[in-house]
Design a protein around this ligand. Sequence first.
Ligand code: ATP
Ligand code: MG
Length: 379
Amino acid sequence: MTEWEYAKQIIKKINDHGGEAYIVGGAVRDYVRGTLPDDIDIATSLLPEDVMKLFPKSVPTGIDHGTVTVILDHHPFEVTTFRSEGTYSDSRRPDHVSLGVTLEEDMLRRDFTMNAMAFHDGNVVDLFGGRLDLEAQIIRTVGSPYERFGEDALRIMRAFRFMSQLDFTLADDVRSAARTLGHKLQDIAMERIAIEFEKLMTGPAYRRALTDLVELGIHQYLPDVSKQLVRRVIADRRAPVNAVGGWALFVYHAGDIRWLTPWKRSNALKREAGVLANLFDSGLDTFTVYETDQATLETYLRMTGSTESSDALKRVLPIQSRRELRFDGRDALQVGASGARIKHLLADLERRVVLGELANEEQTLREEAIMWLQREERS
Ligand code: ATP
Ligand code: MG
Protein backbone atom coordinates (compact mmCIF):
# COMPACT_ATOMS: atom_id res chain seq x y z
CA MET A 1 0.00 0.00 0.00
CA THR A 2 1.23 3.51 -0.74
CA GLU A 3 1.52 6.23 1.91
CA TRP A 4 -1.41 7.97 0.29
CA GLU A 5 -3.56 4.84 0.66
CA TYR A 6 -2.65 4.47 4.31
CA ALA A 7 -3.61 8.10 4.87
CA LYS A 8 -6.95 7.48 3.17
CA GLN A 9 -7.53 4.54 5.49
CA ILE A 10 -7.00 6.76 8.51
CA ILE A 11 -9.39 9.34 7.08
CA LYS A 12 -12.03 6.72 6.37
CA LYS A 13 -11.90 5.37 9.89
CA ILE A 14 -12.26 8.87 11.33
CA ASN A 15 -15.21 9.55 8.98
CA ASP A 16 -16.86 6.28 10.00
CA HIS A 17 -16.76 7.51 13.57
CA GLY A 18 -18.35 10.82 12.71
CA GLY A 19 -15.23 12.96 12.43
CA GLU A 20 -13.95 15.07 9.56
CA ALA A 21 -10.43 14.45 8.30
CA TYR A 22 -8.26 15.77 5.48
CA ILE A 23 -4.78 15.41 4.12
CA VAL A 24 -3.23 18.85 4.64
CA GLY A 25 -0.09 20.94 4.26
CA GLY A 26 2.90 20.01 2.14
CA ALA A 27 1.39 16.74 0.90
CA VAL A 28 -1.50 18.54 -0.79
CA ARG A 29 0.89 21.08 -2.29
CA ASP A 30 2.97 18.23 -3.68
CA TYR A 31 -0.13 16.38 -4.91
CA VAL A 32 -1.35 19.45 -6.83
CA ARG A 33 2.11 19.91 -8.33
CA GLY A 34 2.18 16.24 -9.31
CA THR A 35 5.14 15.27 -7.13
CA LEU A 36 5.33 12.72 -4.34
CA PRO A 37 5.26 14.08 -0.78
CA ASP A 38 7.87 13.12 1.83
CA ASP A 39 5.31 12.66 4.52
CA ILE A 40 1.56 13.02 4.78
CA ASP A 41 -0.07 15.03 7.54
CA ILE A 42 -3.71 14.69 8.45
CA ALA A 43 -5.98 17.23 10.12
CA THR A 44 -9.18 16.21 11.87
CA SER A 45 -12.13 17.58 13.81
CA LEU A 46 -11.67 14.83 16.43
CA LEU A 47 -9.86 15.66 19.64
CA PRO A 48 -6.51 13.94 20.26
CA GLU A 49 -7.89 11.61 22.91
CA ASP A 50 -10.55 10.40 20.47
CA VAL A 51 -7.95 9.85 17.76
CA MET A 52 -5.97 7.76 20.24
CA LYS A 53 -9.03 5.71 21.09
CA LEU A 54 -9.69 4.99 17.40
CA PHE A 55 -6.14 3.91 16.63
CA PRO A 56 -4.63 1.48 19.10
CA LYS A 57 -1.13 2.19 17.81
CA SER A 58 -0.79 5.91 18.40
CA VAL A 59 1.60 8.11 20.31
CA PRO A 60 0.85 11.56 21.76
CA THR A 61 3.82 13.25 20.07
CA GLY A 62 2.64 16.84 20.33
CA ILE A 63 -0.42 16.70 22.47
CA ASP A 64 -0.14 20.39 23.51
CA HIS A 65 -0.88 21.48 19.98
CA GLY A 66 -3.19 18.58 19.22
CA THR A 67 -0.87 16.15 17.44
CA VAL A 68 -1.01 12.38 17.72
CA THR A 69 1.19 10.10 15.64
CA VAL A 70 -0.82 7.19 14.31
CA ILE A 71 1.14 4.14 13.19
CA LEU A 72 -0.23 1.81 10.53
CA ASP A 73 1.99 -1.16 9.58
CA HIS A 74 5.04 0.74 10.87
CA HIS A 75 4.13 3.85 8.82
CA PRO A 76 3.76 6.93 11.03
CA PHE A 77 1.24 9.70 10.28
CA GLU A 78 0.79 12.91 12.20
CA VAL A 79 -2.88 13.46 12.91
CA THR A 80 -3.56 16.94 14.28
CA THR A 81 -6.83 18.30 15.56
CA PHE A 82 -8.10 21.39 13.68
CA ARG A 83 -6.70 24.30 15.59
CA SER A 84 -6.52 28.03 15.52
CA GLU A 85 -3.89 30.17 17.08
CA GLY A 86 -4.41 33.04 19.47
CA THR A 87 -2.44 36.27 19.33
CA TYR A 88 1.34 36.20 19.15
CA SER A 89 2.85 38.60 21.64
CA ASP A 90 6.44 37.52 20.95
CA SER A 91 6.79 36.85 17.17
CA ARG A 92 7.36 33.17 17.69
CA ARG A 93 4.71 31.28 19.60
CA PRO A 94 0.97 31.85 19.84
CA ASP A 95 -0.17 32.74 23.34
CA HIS A 96 -2.62 29.85 23.15
CA VAL A 97 -3.95 27.40 20.61
CA SER A 98 -7.60 26.39 20.47
CA LEU A 99 -8.58 22.91 19.44
CA GLY A 100 -11.93 21.91 18.04
CA VAL A 101 -12.34 24.68 15.46
CA THR A 102 -13.36 24.37 11.79
CA LEU A 103 -11.26 23.30 8.83
CA GLU A 104 -11.39 26.89 7.57
CA GLU A 105 -9.88 28.24 10.78
CA ASP A 106 -7.19 25.57 10.63
CA MET A 107 -6.32 26.65 7.09
CA LEU A 108 -6.26 30.32 8.16
CA ARG A 109 -3.39 29.73 10.60
CA ARG A 110 -1.15 28.25 7.89
CA ASP A 111 1.69 30.21 6.37
CA PHE A 112 1.36 30.22 2.58
CA THR A 113 -1.59 29.73 0.27
CA MET A 114 0.07 26.68 -1.32
CA ASN A 115 0.40 25.12 2.17
CA ALA A 116 -3.20 25.93 3.14
CA MET A 117 -5.10 23.44 1.03
CA ALA A 118 -6.83 20.27 2.17
CA PHE A 119 -7.59 17.06 0.32
CA HIS A 120 -10.51 14.74 0.85
CA ASP A 121 -12.23 12.18 -1.32
CA GLY A 122 -10.61 13.26 -4.56
CA ASN A 123 -11.28 16.96 -3.95
CA VAL A 124 -8.88 19.75 -3.10
CA VAL A 125 -10.30 22.32 -0.69
CA ASP A 126 -8.56 25.54 -1.69
CA LEU A 127 -9.87 28.53 0.23
CA PHE A 128 -7.14 31.06 -0.53
CA GLY A 129 -6.18 30.46 -4.14
CA GLY A 130 -3.26 28.17 -3.42
CA ARG A 131 -3.75 26.38 -6.70
CA LEU A 132 -3.46 29.55 -8.77
CA ASP A 133 -0.38 30.62 -6.85
CA LEU A 134 1.19 27.21 -7.46
CA GLU A 135 0.47 27.55 -11.16
CA ALA A 136 1.93 31.05 -11.21
CA GLN A 137 4.84 29.79 -9.07
CA ILE A 138 4.34 32.53 -6.52
CA ILE A 139 4.71 32.34 -2.76
CA ARG A 140 1.91 34.29 -1.12
CA THR A 141 0.89 34.35 2.53
CA VAL A 142 -2.57 33.52 3.82
CA GLY A 143 -3.67 37.07 4.59
CA SER A 144 -1.35 40.02 5.09
CA PRO A 145 2.34 39.07 5.09
CA TYR A 146 2.98 41.91 7.56
CA GLU A 147 0.60 40.29 10.03
CA ARG A 148 1.76 36.75 9.35
CA PHE A 149 5.49 37.53 9.60
CA GLY A 150 4.77 39.73 12.61
CA GLU A 151 3.12 36.75 14.35
CA ASP A 152 5.90 34.31 13.53
CA ALA A 153 9.07 35.55 11.88
CA LEU A 154 10.23 32.01 11.07
CA ARG A 155 7.81 32.23 8.15
CA ILE A 156 10.25 34.65 6.51
CA MET A 157 12.89 31.91 6.44
CA ARG A 158 10.28 29.43 5.28
CA ALA A 159 9.43 31.69 2.35
CA PHE A 160 13.06 31.60 1.18
CA ARG A 161 13.38 27.87 1.67
CA PHE A 162 10.24 27.15 -0.38
CA MET A 163 11.53 29.59 -2.97
CA SER A 164 14.68 27.47 -3.22
CA GLN A 165 12.96 24.09 -3.11
CA LEU A 166 10.32 24.96 -5.69
CA ASP A 167 12.13 27.63 -7.71
CA PHE A 168 9.26 30.06 -7.08
CA THR A 169 9.24 33.82 -6.65
CA LEU A 170 7.99 35.82 -3.68
CA ALA A 171 4.88 37.93 -4.17
CA ASP A 172 5.67 41.66 -4.04
CA ASP A 173 3.99 42.22 -0.67
CA VAL A 174 5.81 39.18 0.73
CA ARG A 175 9.10 40.74 -0.38
CA SER A 176 8.40 44.08 1.25
CA ALA A 177 7.10 42.49 4.45
CA ALA A 178 10.25 40.34 4.64
CA ARG A 179 12.40 43.46 4.21
CA THR A 180 10.47 45.35 6.89
CA LEU A 181 10.14 42.55 9.43
CA GLY A 182 13.38 40.61 8.89
CA HIS A 183 14.72 41.96 12.19
CA LYS A 184 12.11 39.90 14.01
CA LEU A 185 14.13 36.79 13.16
CA GLN A 186 16.25 37.81 16.13
CA ASP A 187 13.43 36.52 18.35
CA ILE A 188 13.44 33.06 16.77
CA ALA A 189 15.42 30.10 18.15
CA MET A 190 18.53 29.51 16.05
CA GLU A 191 17.82 25.79 15.75
CA ARG A 192 14.58 26.52 13.91
CA ILE A 193 16.19 29.08 11.61
CA ALA A 194 19.01 26.63 10.89
CA ILE A 195 16.57 23.89 9.81
CA GLU A 196 14.96 26.20 7.26
CA PHE A 197 18.32 27.53 6.10
CA GLU A 198 19.58 23.99 5.62
CA LYS A 199 16.54 23.14 3.49
CA LEU A 200 17.14 26.33 1.52
CA MET A 201 20.74 25.32 0.82
CA THR A 202 19.74 21.90 -0.49
CA GLY A 203 16.99 23.18 -2.77
CA PRO A 204 17.62 23.40 -6.52
CA ALA A 205 17.18 27.21 -6.64
CA TYR A 206 19.36 27.99 -3.61
CA ARG A 207 21.39 30.57 -5.55
CA ARG A 208 18.27 32.51 -6.42
CA ALA A 209 16.92 32.27 -2.88
CA LEU A 210 20.25 33.41 -1.42
CA THR A 211 20.37 36.32 -3.86
CA ASP A 212 16.93 37.52 -2.76
CA LEU A 213 17.72 36.91 0.87
CA VAL A 214 20.68 39.28 0.65
CA GLU A 215 18.79 41.78 -1.48
CA LEU A 216 16.10 42.02 1.21
CA GLY A 217 18.69 42.35 3.96
CA ILE A 218 17.75 39.13 5.76
CA HIS A 219 21.39 37.95 5.96
CA GLN A 220 21.96 40.60 8.66
CA TYR A 221 19.87 38.55 11.05
CA LEU A 222 21.74 35.29 10.41
CA PRO A 223 24.95 34.65 12.36
CA ASP A 224 28.06 35.99 10.57
CA VAL A 225 26.48 35.90 7.15
CA SER A 226 27.95 38.84 5.26
CA LYS A 227 26.98 39.83 1.74
CA GLN A 228 30.48 38.91 0.59
CA LEU A 229 30.26 35.45 2.13
CA VAL A 230 26.94 34.76 0.42
CA ARG A 231 28.35 36.02 -2.89
CA ARG A 232 31.26 33.61 -2.63
CA VAL A 233 28.94 30.69 -1.88
CA ILE A 234 26.75 31.60 -4.84
CA ALA A 235 29.76 31.90 -7.13
CA ASP A 236 31.12 28.52 -6.06
CA ARG A 237 30.48 25.96 -8.80
CA ARG A 238 29.99 23.21 -6.24
CA ALA A 239 26.29 22.98 -5.44
CA PRO A 240 25.32 21.35 -2.13
CA VAL A 241 24.01 17.83 -2.61
CA ASN A 242 22.96 17.50 1.02
CA ALA A 243 22.91 19.38 4.32
CA VAL A 244 26.56 18.68 5.11
CA GLY A 245 27.48 20.00 1.67
CA GLY A 246 25.58 23.24 2.27
CA TRP A 247 27.21 23.94 5.61
CA ALA A 248 30.63 22.94 4.27
CA LEU A 249 30.41 25.55 1.49
CA PHE A 250 29.84 28.27 4.06
CA VAL A 251 32.56 26.95 6.35
CA TYR A 252 34.99 26.76 3.43
CA HIS A 253 34.32 30.34 2.32
CA ALA A 254 34.23 31.66 5.88
CA GLY A 255 37.62 29.97 6.32
CA ASP A 256 36.91 28.75 9.84
CA ILE A 257 34.93 25.82 11.24
CA ARG A 258 33.95 28.05 14.16
CA TRP A 259 31.64 29.86 11.77
CA LEU A 260 29.17 27.00 12.36
CA THR A 261 29.05 27.28 16.15
CA PRO A 262 26.22 29.85 16.52
CA TRP A 263 23.98 27.81 14.21
CA LYS A 264 23.77 25.12 16.91
CA ARG A 265 23.93 22.11 14.63
CA SER A 266 24.79 18.65 15.99
CA ASN A 267 28.40 17.76 16.68
CA ALA A 268 28.26 15.03 14.03
CA LEU A 269 27.14 17.51 11.38
CA LYS A 270 29.76 20.05 12.44
CA ARG A 271 32.47 17.42 12.22
CA GLU A 272 31.42 16.22 8.76
CA ALA A 273 31.08 19.77 7.42
CA GLY A 274 34.56 20.53 8.75
CA VAL A 275 36.06 17.47 7.05
CA LEU A 276 34.34 18.32 3.78
CA ALA A 277 35.43 21.97 3.91
CA ASN A 278 39.01 20.77 4.44
CA LEU A 279 38.67 18.49 1.41
CA PHE A 280 37.62 21.53 -0.65
CA ASP A 281 40.89 23.07 0.47
CA SER A 282 43.22 20.12 0.02
CA GLY A 283 41.69 18.14 -2.81
CA LEU A 284 41.89 14.36 -2.82
CA ASP A 285 45.08 12.40 -2.46
CA THR A 286 45.41 8.74 -1.58
CA PHE A 287 45.74 9.29 2.14
CA THR A 288 42.75 11.65 2.26
CA VAL A 289 40.64 9.02 0.50
CA TYR A 290 41.73 6.58 3.21
CA GLU A 291 41.07 8.94 6.10
CA THR A 292 37.74 10.33 4.97
CA ASP A 293 34.57 8.45 5.82
CA GLN A 294 32.70 7.09 2.84
CA ALA A 295 29.64 9.35 3.13
CA THR A 296 31.68 12.56 3.21
CA LEU A 297 33.85 11.32 0.36
CA GLU A 298 30.73 10.60 -1.68
CA THR A 299 29.38 14.11 -0.95
CA TYR A 300 32.70 15.56 -2.07
CA LEU A 301 32.72 13.57 -5.31
CA ARG A 302 29.13 14.47 -6.17
CA MET A 303 29.72 18.15 -5.42
CA THR A 304 32.85 18.32 -7.52
CA GLY A 305 31.16 16.61 -10.45
CA SER A 306 33.42 13.58 -10.31
CA THR A 307 32.25 10.43 -12.04
CA GLU A 308 34.18 8.21 -9.62
CA SER A 309 32.39 6.47 -6.77
CA SER A 310 33.69 6.65 -3.22
CA ASP A 311 33.39 2.89 -3.09
CA ALA A 312 35.72 2.41 -6.08
CA LEU A 313 38.25 4.89 -4.69
CA LYS A 314 38.26 3.13 -1.32
CA ARG A 315 38.41 -0.35 -2.78
CA VAL A 316 41.78 0.12 -4.48
CA LEU A 317 43.47 1.07 -1.20
CA PRO A 318 45.81 -1.59 0.27
CA ILE A 319 43.98 -1.37 3.61
CA GLN A 320 40.70 0.18 4.70
CA SER A 321 41.55 0.92 8.31
CA ARG A 322 44.23 0.71 10.99
CA ARG A 323 42.73 -2.61 12.08
CA GLU A 324 43.89 -4.24 8.85
CA LEU A 325 47.50 -3.22 9.37
CA ARG A 326 49.56 -6.38 10.00
CA PHE A 327 51.37 -4.65 12.84
CA ASP A 328 49.77 -3.41 16.03
CA GLY A 329 50.59 -1.88 19.41
CA ARG A 330 51.69 -5.21 20.79
CA ASP A 331 54.12 -5.73 17.92
CA ALA A 332 55.44 -2.22 18.53
CA LEU A 333 56.19 -3.08 22.17
CA GLN A 334 57.90 -6.27 21.08
CA VAL A 335 60.34 -4.43 18.83
CA GLY A 336 61.14 -2.09 21.72
CA ALA A 337 58.95 0.97 21.16
CA SER A 338 57.42 2.67 24.17
CA GLY A 339 55.38 5.72 25.13
CA ALA A 340 54.39 8.21 22.43
CA ARG A 341 56.71 6.45 19.96
CA ILE A 342 54.22 3.60 19.63
CA LYS A 343 51.62 5.97 18.25
CA HIS A 344 54.06 7.67 15.88
CA LEU A 345 55.48 4.38 14.67
CA LEU A 346 52.04 2.94 13.90
CA ALA A 347 51.01 6.14 12.12
CA ASP A 348 54.16 6.05 9.99
CA LEU A 349 53.72 2.41 8.98
CA GLU A 350 50.04 2.93 8.31
CA ARG A 351 50.72 5.92 6.05
CA ARG A 352 53.36 4.09 4.02
CA VAL A 353 51.21 1.00 3.61
CA VAL A 354 48.26 3.12 2.46
CA LEU A 355 50.47 4.96 -0.03
CA GLY A 356 51.76 1.63 -1.34
CA GLU A 357 55.35 2.29 -0.20
CA LEU A 358 55.33 -0.77 2.06
CA ALA A 359 53.65 -4.13 1.67
CA ASN A 360 51.19 -4.99 4.42
CA GLU A 361 53.16 -8.04 5.59
CA GLU A 362 54.22 -8.86 9.13
CA GLN A 363 57.86 -9.47 8.29
CA THR A 364 58.27 -6.30 6.21
CA LEU A 365 56.53 -4.15 8.79
CA ARG A 366 58.60 -5.57 11.65
CA GLU A 367 61.84 -4.83 9.80
CA GLU A 368 60.66 -1.33 8.93
CA ALA A 369 59.64 -0.75 12.55
CA ILE A 370 63.11 -1.68 13.79
CA MET A 371 64.73 0.66 11.27
CA TRP A 372 62.28 3.43 12.19
CA LEU A 373 63.20 3.06 15.88
CA GLN A 374 66.92 3.13 15.08
CA ARG A 375 66.44 6.36 13.12
CA GLU A 376 64.47 7.83 16.02
CA GLU A 377 67.18 6.91 18.56
CA ARG A 378 69.78 8.65 16.46
CA SER A 379 67.83 11.86 15.96
P1 ATP B 1 8.00 19.68 3.76
O1 ATP B 1 7.63 18.94 2.54
O2 ATP B 1 9.35 20.28 3.70
O3 ATP B 1 7.73 18.93 5.05
P2 ATP B 1 5.70 21.18 4.59
O4 ATP B 1 4.86 22.19 3.88
O5 ATP B 1 5.07 19.89 4.96
O6 ATP B 1 7.01 20.95 3.74
P3 ATP B 1 6.24 21.50 7.37
O7 ATP B 1 7.27 22.34 8.04
O8 ATP B 1 6.29 20.03 7.52
O9 ATP B 1 6.26 21.93 5.84
O10 ATP B 1 4.83 22.04 7.88
C1 ATP B 1 3.59 21.39 7.56
C2 ATP B 1 2.50 22.42 7.35
O11 ATP B 1 2.27 23.15 8.56
C3 ATP B 1 2.83 23.49 6.31
O12 ATP B 1 2.50 23.06 5.01
C4 ATP B 1 1.98 24.66 6.77
O13 ATP B 1 0.65 24.50 6.38
C5 ATP B 1 2.04 24.53 8.28
N1 ATP B 1 3.13 25.31 8.91
C6 ATP B 1 4.36 24.85 9.25
N2 ATP B 1 5.08 25.80 9.83
C7 ATP B 1 4.30 26.90 9.88
C8 ATP B 1 4.47 28.22 10.40
N3 ATP B 1 5.62 28.61 10.96
N4 ATP B 1 3.43 29.07 10.29
C9 ATP B 1 2.26 28.68 9.72
N5 ATP B 1 2.05 27.47 9.23
C10 ATP B 1 3.04 26.57 9.29
MG1 MG C 1 6.01 18.30 6.18
